[in-house]
Design a protein around this ligand. Structure first.
Ligand SMILES: Nc1ncnc2c1ncn2[C@@H]1O[C@H](COP(=O)(O)OP(=O)(O)OP(=O)(O)O)[C@@H](O)[C@H]1O
Length: 445
């Protein structure tokens, strides 16, 4: 990808005067030939917000970013900056700059000249150039490197210079397209913290493209999860993690155990499910999903909202202004018996304990039937689901321990416990996975 020159300082400064950097995307669509890369996306991005576009490869993140930048023209729809339609405004006239994955620094120029380039092009007085370059290099803590050539810098340092080069124009909106993907993990984590602090200090609107969910969860005020050219859900990190709108989001953000099941009944204790592992009890009420038209899990994808979260969830929706993106709509009607669903359980919601070898044999004899009977420990926590199997592998994760428990029918359940509370189990040990009914989220498949 060739890197277009950044907007010049005059263009940026002129357009900055009375604007704050809010963006509105109104049914923005991009088609390449017969293929739709971005499908009627409507989204409000608040001034000063750190918003991430997160999704798998090919979901349309970069295409959406390029339309905001002005490098691609939408096939349909409009882009508004602080209420002004900029859909037809050329890229170099938008007060928007982009930091790309490839730093694209000029190798023959030193750091200061690289950062000054856009300002020189727009004939900003030399003294002002010097001041602003200094300011930008200070922002990214690279002032001491002003005289160096890019080849004498590490990847992380080059990325900082690319950031300074974009910030020197004082854009209202900064677009970042996977800017840290070339950095090693440790450096990336350091840069993430710096970037977040910098964004907070500047108050500039950041739109950040990534396929790395941890990065998005760490950095963002809100995350728009994309798939198939549409936004599947938009919300804060915790909301998206704890209350995914549909099966796609549930599977894409964090880890999940998905168990196919069929609704047996719904009563005051919750949703009774039949699965190949036996009966499961979910204290969850489903929510019928209003969209999206593409992606998701089928013609009527649904989302799950645990009882405890329902009122908060509905509040959040009630206050969702126009075009903030796709949100699920709760539905209180019970699921009909026979409805095919997926039960989703997060690894950290599963408690793994040692089981008597005989209990494993008994479970194997009945093909690992899950038990929700009130016996033993379970009597103290009615509704606890229990699955008995054998430990297939133990993974030490530093602050946590993960167990892969193989159930008698071959299903693998992944559980994760804080290291201090993890059961001392070895491969081959009989183990019981316990999780409360509240831990199950139900998605109509
Ligand atoms: N110039 C183009 N011509 C034709 N098809 C394109 C063009 N640019 C993108 N596409 C297609 O549009 C879809 C979305 O691409 P896009 O680059 O926006 O995805 P992405 O989510 O950014 O993926 P990645 O994370 O791999 O960069 C893909 O199917 C891609 O092949």
């Amino acid at each position: 990808m060739t890197t277009p020159p950044p907007a010049t300082a005059d263009e940026v400064a002129g357009a900055r005067a009375d604007a704050a950097g809010s963006l509105r995307l109104d049914r923005v669509t991009k088609r390449f030939g017969g293929a739709t890369a971005v499908d009627a996306i409507s989204l409000d991005i608040r001034a000063g917000e750190f918003l991430s576009l997160l999704g798998p490869s090919g979901c349309g993140k970069t295409t959406l970013l390029r339309m905001i930048a002005g490098f691609e023209q939408p096939s349909e729809g409009a882009i508004l900056l602080d209420g002004t339609d900029i859909t037809d405004t050329p890229a170099h006239r938008r007060p928007i700059n982009t930091v790309f994955q490839s730093y694209a620094l000029f190798p023959h120029m030193n750091v200061a000249s690289n950062v000054a380039y856009g300002l020189k092009q727009s004939r900003v007085p030399r003294r002002e150039i010097n001041n602003r370059v200094r300011e930008a290099l200070e922002m990214v803590r690279m002032l001491d490197f002003a005289e160096r050539k890019p080849v004498m810098l590490s990847g992380g340092q080059q990325q900082r210079i690319a950031l300074a080069r974009a910030l020197v124009n004082r854009p209202q909106v900064l677009l970042l397209d996977e800017p840290m993907s070339a950095l090693d993990r440790k450096l990336r984590e350091e840069m993430q913290i710096e970037l977040k602090l910098l964004q907070r200090r500047l108050g500039t609107t950041f739109v950040f493209v990534t396929h790395d969910q941890e990065e998005a969860l760490t950095l963002s005020d809100r995350i728009a999860v994309m798939n198939g050219g549409t936004i599947q859900q938009i919300g804060g990190a915790e909301e998206i993690y704890a209350r995914p709108a549909n099966e796609f989001v549930a599977g894409f953000i964090g880890k999940q155990n998905f168990v196919p099941a069929t609704v047996a009944a719904q009563d005051a204790s919750g949703l009774h499910l039949d699965s190949a592992l036996g009966p499961l009890l979910a204290a969850a009420r489903h929510a019928q999903d209003a969209g999206p038209r593409q992606g998701g899990t089928g013609p009527h994808p649904a989302s799950a909202v645990p009882y405890a979260d329902r009122s908060r969830h509905q509040d959040a929706q009630a206050h969702t202004p126009h075009a903030e993106g796709h949100q699920p709509q709760t539905q209180t009607s019970p699921l009909a018996p026979g409805t095919r669903v997926k039960a989703a359980i997060r690894p950290e919601d599963i408690n793994v304990v040692a089981a008597a070898p005989s209990s494993h044999d008994a479970a194997a004899a009945t093909l690992g039937r899950a038990q929700t009977r009130s016996d033993g420990d379970v009597a103290r926590s009615p509704g606890t689901n229990r699955l008995i199997g054998r430990v297939g592998a133990v993974f030490f994760l530093g602050d946590a321990v993960s167990h892969a428990v193989i159930l008698p029918d071959g299903t693998e359940i992944i559980a994760r416990s804080p290291r201090a509370r993890a059961a001392q189990l070895s491969t081959g040990d009989a183990a019981e996975c316990r999780f409360p009914a509240e831990a199950i989220q139900v998605f109509v498949s």
